[in-house]
Design a protein around this ligand. Structure first.
Ligand code: MG
Length: 354
């Protein structure tokens, strides 16, 4: 799936979304869809699309077809794709929306726009800082209620100060994608005085102790994203005081059930949760929105409307309405990939049968 414009973060640049979808069909012909959020390369997490294809076709799906729980470690997004497809089918069988099945309470979810290191519409402004300012203006024009700017060492204070100067009251956040060094916190510490809604993932995913120390001395909430890979790691982060907020990526924690567990554990400690996106197609976006409808998910989601990433999505596109994404109310995840669009973009298919 070609992206509308390349998205650059501290992890690298995504220009084409290479994605694995899973469709399950039960004995009665009821169908469910799931999406593996792994990117094309193992830069954001260890999983990647071709690896997910391999682990799904050789291990996960054969186990599920044989009626066994897949004994697969370290592939949460592959597992989430199958579990999500099964949950979609089960909800469709029950004639209920997936959001309702999960206990969701929101009909819409406020949207936070993500502005990359080299923002979409680059060239619209006067130089790199001007490009960020132009991208923020475009996001606000589209109605987003919050903006999150990607930062890295050497590229944080300048763009953030420029955006602050333009919009003093904007709900503004930054995401470092783990790129800062806990041993050199000077630049990060300067961000603490800029009235940010949160600073996301300042340090490497396993640097929970350093992150907790930062959170203790800051007034700005520190949100964890890459660190939250399972309910167990979320509990560890909460117990250490490393998470002032959680960017919950349902696929990365292994799917819907673990995502609900993380959200519940955070809510029990009064830690705000927001659901994050991984350049999902409409299928994955719909699954993530079902999670974002939970009562615990109180902060704006960075899932974004389909049109922010794709000129043409796989399913009916999600649009912003009053700065929010509407949670699908139809049966299951509420969306189905368009067969013609799927034919246009599919590069490989395989069928595994009982
Ligand atoms: Mg992030």
């Amino acid at each position: 799936m070609p992206l509308r414009a390349p998205l650059r973060s501290a992890h690298g640049t995504e220009a084409i979304r290479d994605v694995v979808l899973v469709r399950v069909v039960d004995d009665d012909g009821v169908t469910g869809w799931g999406e593996c959020s792994a990117l094309a390369a193992p830069t954001y997490t260890g999983e990647y699309a071709d690896g997910a294809w391999d682990v799904l076709t050789r291990f996960v799906v054969p186990a599920v077809l044989a009626g066994r729980a897949p004994q697969v470690r370290e592939h949460p997004m592959a597992l989430a794709a199958v579990a999500g497809a099964q949950a979609d089918a089960a909800a469709r069988r029950a004639g209920r929306s997936l959001a309702a099945v999960l206990g969701g309470v929101r009909s819409s979810v406020a949207s936070c726009a993500v502005v990359g290191l080299a923002p979409q519409g680059a060239g619209a402004g006067d130089g790199p800082v001007g490009d960020v300012v132009a991208a923020v203006a475009e996001a606000l024009e589209a109605g987003h209620r919050q903006v999150k700017v990607k930062v890295r060492p050497g590229w944080s204070l300048e763009p953030v100060r420029a955006v602050r100067a333009g919009w003093p009251d904007l709900a503004l956040a930054v995401d470092a994608n783990g790129s800062f060094d806990p041993a050199a916190p000077g630049e990060l510490d300067a961000l603490d005085g800029l009235g940010l809604a949160y600073v996301e993932q300042p340090f490497a995913p396993d640097a929970l102790v350093a992150t907790a120390a930062l959170a203790r001395r800051w007034s700005t909430p520190v949100a964890l994203d890459e660190s939250i890979t399972s309910p167990g790691w979320a509990e560890a982060a909460f117990a250490l005081g490393a998470a002032g907020a959680v960017n919950l990526k349902p696929a990365r924690v292994g799917g819907l059930a673990p995502a609900v567990a993380v959200a519940s554990a955070a809510a029990a400690r009064g830690i705000p949760v927001f659901v994050g996106g991984m350049l999902e197609t409409g299928v994955g976006r719909a699954h993530a929105l079902a999670v974002a409808s939970l009562a615990a998910c109180t902060w704006p989601s960075d899932l974004g409307p389909s049109t922010r990433y794709f000129a043409e999505d796989l399913a009916a596109p999600f649009h912003l309405r009053d700065g929010a994404l509407v949670v699908p109310e139809g049966p299951g995840v509420g969306v189905v990939p368009d067969a013609d669009r799927l034919d246009q973009v599919a590069v490989a298919r395989t069928v595994l049968d009982r």
